[in-house]
Design a protein around this ligand. Structure first.
Ligand code: ADP
Ligand code: MG
Length: 262
């Protein structure tokens, strides 16, 4: 199955202008939690096929940024568009547009009382309207692709953390998203399971999936990222290629951050 080209197929149906537009665009996005200005004039464009790694200290607003792009969080000012369309506030239009944005969380978030297979087929059956056999056929292909097809009939708790996170990736891909958001997908994993998840992500990146990845895994950033975005205190402080960023961070804040994690 060719997941990575889904977005391109859509683009080819539009005009050349649309294909040149960023797939995800944030313009002057602002968000407060009470007195806390958690997102401050965020400007970010992600092109089709681009892999953007977001790094920064804890509390800098990275998760809020991801949640805002998926509209799990509202914003106060500014605009967020996915494939040229602003995210609607609610209703069926939101459900449809949200399907364009796959999200993988730190804590897997699988449905505990449903089998692995049901976890992956639920969304496609409900939102994409697939029949059970069609959804299961596609789900098995995705589970094979992330290497957990032998676990399809089990419950999530019977799987290792690394396996659960790979199921979560398959579940997100089953919606045929145009962009995948990953919010620290390996932070909750035992160290020996980190690479099995990162390998799946590197594979997706190589196939052309558009990805926004919050992670402190610098190996992944170097291998897969087109661009690194460094956030601190609700602002994008620095943007650069991985090579530029890791060898020659321009700001003192980035230098300080890197000295602590490298
Ligand atoms: P990061 O992912 O970079 O660690 P977050 O986006 O999770 O940062 O959080 C940024 C700041 O916003 C933190 O200070 C956090 O405590 C605060 N915050 C996050 N979610 C909420 C919320 N729902 N209500 C109030 N404050 C929040
Ligand atoms: Mg976070």
């Amino acid at each position: 199955m060719d997941i990575a080209t889904t977005g391109d197929a859509d683009a080819s149906m539009g005009t050349a202008d649309q294909a040149d537009e960023p797939l995800v665009a944030l313009r002057r996005v602002n968000k407060h939690f009470g007195a806390l200005h958690v997102l401050q004039d965020i400007e970010l464009e992600v092109r089709r096929g681009e892999v953007v790694v977001v790094i920064g200290p804890s509390g800098s607003g990275k998760s809020t940024l991801c949640r805002a792009i998926n509209r799990l969080e509202t914003i106060d000012h500014g605009e967020i568009t996915v494939d040229g369309l602003p995210l609607p506030a609610e209703g069926r239009a939101l459900a449809r547009l949200r399907a364009d944005v796959g999200m993988v969380f730190q804590s897997f978030n699988l449905f505990a009382h449903k089998s692995v297979l049901d976890n992956v087929t639920l969304g496609p059956r409900k939102v994409r309207g697939l029949s059970k056999p069609a959804a299961e056929k596609e789900a098995m292909a995705l589970l094979t692709r992330v290497g957990v097809d032998s676990q399809a009939r089990k419950l999530p708790a019977q799987l290792s953390g690394g396996q659960q996170q790979r199921v979560a990736i398959a579940r997100a891909l089953a919606m045929h998203p145009k962009v995948m958001l990953f919010d620290e997908p390996t932070s909750a994993l035992d160290p020996e399971m980190v690479n099995e998840v990162l390998d799946v992500m590197v594979g997706l990146a190589k196939e052309g999936m558009t990805m926004i990845v919050v992670t402190h895994e610098m190996g992944f950033a170097r291998k897969a990222a087109d661009r690194v975005v460094f956030m601190a205190d609700g602002q994008i402080v620095e943007e650069a290629t991985p090579d530029e960023f890791f060898t020659n961070p321009r700001t003192e804040r980035a230098q300080d951050f890197l000295s602590k994690i490298l």
